[in-house]
Design a protein around this ligand. Structure first.
Ligand SMILES: [Zn+2]
Length: 589
């Protein structure tokens, strides 16, 4: 169930400015055509990718038409306890929904597709989504779970898609997920090159290098701006090929004596493909663990992106039938996310438990914004438990999916844009990108470093304006609800950590097993109590009902406590998707 109502005046959040109302509509841009570029997840952010390309004919914003590129989630800061996700702020689109011609997806990473299930119900589920095959499969899976029917259209790299005044040329590039694309977006005022996450892997494992010839053809046109992934811009040279870790990765698996666990980003299908190949070669069965990994591998198997048959797979429930050295587990949770499979294995809360002699390979970045300390906590704990841990880029067990300086130089050189606008990186990456661009001969006025909430306006005569702003709110997602987490709740969570707390006090007469008073229900840092009166009422009824079932003469306090706890936990999880700390207190009177 998705709560579509954004609470309007949350503490600490400034109301957004609606520019189509606050600015004079006529004479914008002197009555000339222009194109706006807005990052609804903010410029200078690695995640939450969502860009609006808005064509405004004759400066009349009421007649504008737009396409959206990507619709991804962000990951909240570390002090936003228990909040699952952040999504782009779509307020800018509120009065323009009927003029959104399509959502174009570059690739299937969560920070490019993960917000669709929250955003589509707000902006319209009938808007066509143009996605490559792999991303479409990921998106479909999530939308089905959310009972959202979408208007999905699958494209192949190289397809040209025309919608209204836009024509979108799709171009194959390499990344850590197959089917990744750049877009050359032709508008009535010129071409925009949207160079989202990419690397130029000359030796890709799937034998499909980036389509450099296609990029060169785009560069022969008048390209106004290159929006370029800049995450790797502070690294010199070329981003190492995926094939460069093959030897070490293969060897680490081959020499392992006990069980092997590989953890990576759950959507990193290219990496899972390697783990599967080397695991099979070492005579091991493949055991995907956790929902997201299972889903990714199932989709990759169906689409033929991994060499996997049903016979290679073992269900996590059947691993007891196999010797330790015949198993390789593919596990989500490299970043130490508390609810992930790997964390649960370490905590002993999973069917599979980590033990001495296991080998755990972190084939993943050791830095994700907001998660570093969890990663090292996990590595420390695993080491203490006697597992052999392989981690860190120094171990040649992970390569970035993002291009380094030489790849950026090649892309600039092929596209030859008038303006360079780095995206998908923090401001330090933007800075590195610009420094490098200068050595390539680009001038200061060509290097755009937009404010987070900038509206960049491109005019037909080649001029550019970055002075307007579209104030962005922070939209946080908690469990299944949208935007219902305010700062009060966040502050409580800082004390209680993670999912909040829910407690019920039961005063019971021991000999008779009867409640001396009605149960008292308290919650902290969980949800705004008064906004969830229905849930509280329902819980009250359920607590009374369950108590009647489990009480006895004389009362067994510990049994009652356990039963009530399990019952409340399951109700809250079912109704809200959350797992607060549930603490029943059963006291004698
Ligand atoms: Zn990506």
């Amino acid at each position: 169930m998705i709560n579509k109502n954004l609470s309007p005046a949350r503490p600490g959040i400034r109301p957004p400015v609606n520019f189509s109302q606050s600015l004079p509509v006529q004479n914008l841009g002197g009555g000339k055509d222009f194109v706006r570029l807005i990052a609804l997840g903010g410029f200078g952010d690695v995640t939450q990718n969502m860009f609006v390309y808005e064509y405004v004919p004759k400066g009349d914003l009421t007649k504008s038409q737009m396409i959206i590129v990507d619709c991804g989630v962000g990951f909240p800061e570390e002090d936003e306890f228990g909040v699952d996700l952040q999504i782009p702020d779509t307020k800018y689109l509120d009065d323009k929904k009927d003029r959104i011609l399509g959502i174009f997806i570059t690739h299937g990473h969560e920070d490019h597709i993960g917000a669709l299930r929250f955003v589509l119900p707000i902006i319209g589920t009938n808007i066509p989504i143009f996605a490559p095959r792999m991303a479409a499969a990921f998106i479909d899976g999530r939308l089905v779970e959310a009972s959202i029917r979408s208007n999905m259209k699958i494209y192949e790299s190289g397809d040209v898609i025309a919608v209204g005044p836009f024509s979108v040329d799709t171009i194959r590039v390499n990344h850590s997920v197959p089917d990744t694309n750049h877009f050359a977006i032709t508008t009535p005022i010129g071409v925009f090159y949207h160079g989202s996450d990419f690397k130029f892997d000359l030796f890709p494992l799937d034998g499909k290098p980036s389509d450099l010839a296609h990029i060169a053809r785009v560069g022969e046109k008048k390209v106004i701006a290159l929006m370029s992934d800049c995450l790797g811009a502070d690294h010199e040279g070329f981003s190492p090929s995926e094939s460069s870790i093959a030897e070490k990765f293969d060897h680490d698996i081959k020499i392992a004596k006990g069980r092997v666990f590989v953890t990576s980003i759950s959507s990193n299908v290219v990496r899972w493909g390697q783990a599967i190949d080397y695991g099979k070669r070492a005579g091991r069965k493949i055991v995907p663990v956790g929902y997201s990994v299972n889903k990714a591998i199932e989709i990759a198997k169906q689409l033929g992106y991994v060499n996997l048959t049903d016979g290679d797979l073992v269900d996590v429930e059947k691993v007891k039938n196999f010797a330790d050295n015949k198993l390789i587990f593919l596990v989500a949770g490299f970043a130490g996310q508390p609810n992930s499979a790997l964390s649960k294995m370490v905590m002993g809360k999973h069917r599979i438990k980590i033990k001495s002699g296991d080998k755990v390979i972190f084939s993943a970045p050791d830095y994700i914004p907001g998660t570093t300390s969890h990663i090292y906590d996990l590595v420390d704990t695993l080491s203490r438990m006697g597992a052999e841990v392989i981690y860190g880029e120094g171990q040649e067990i992970h390569v970035s999916g993002h291009g380094f300086q030489k790849e950026h130089a090649i892309l600039m050189d092929l596209v030859r844009p008038k303006y360079l606008i780095p995206i998908g990186g923090n401001f330090r990456h933007v800075k590195s990108y610009h420094t490098m661009a200068k050595t390539m001969g680009y001038k200061d006025e060509q290097l755009i470093s937009p404010d987070t909430d900038a509206i960049i306006t491109f005019f037909a005569d080649g001029k550019i304006d970055t002075k307007l702003h579209n104030q962005l709110r922070k939209v946080l997602i908690d469990g299944l609800g949208i935007g219902d987490v305010g700062t009060t709740v966040l502050r409580d969570r800082k004390l209680l950590a993670e999912e909040g707390m829910f407690s019920v006090v039961l005063l019971v007469t021991k000999e008779t097993g009867v409640l001396a008073k009605p149960p008292v229900v308290l919650s902290r840092g969980f949800v705004f109590e008064k906004e969830n009166a229905d849930l509280m009422d329902y819980l009250n009824v359920e607590i009374n009902r369950k108590f009647a079932q489990v009480t006895s003469k004389p009362a067994n306090f510990e049994f009652i406590r356990q039963e009530i706890q399990a019952h409340i936990e399951s109700i809250i999880l079912e109704k809200t998707g959350r797992q607060p700390m549930v603490l029943p207190l059963v006291m004698e009177v």
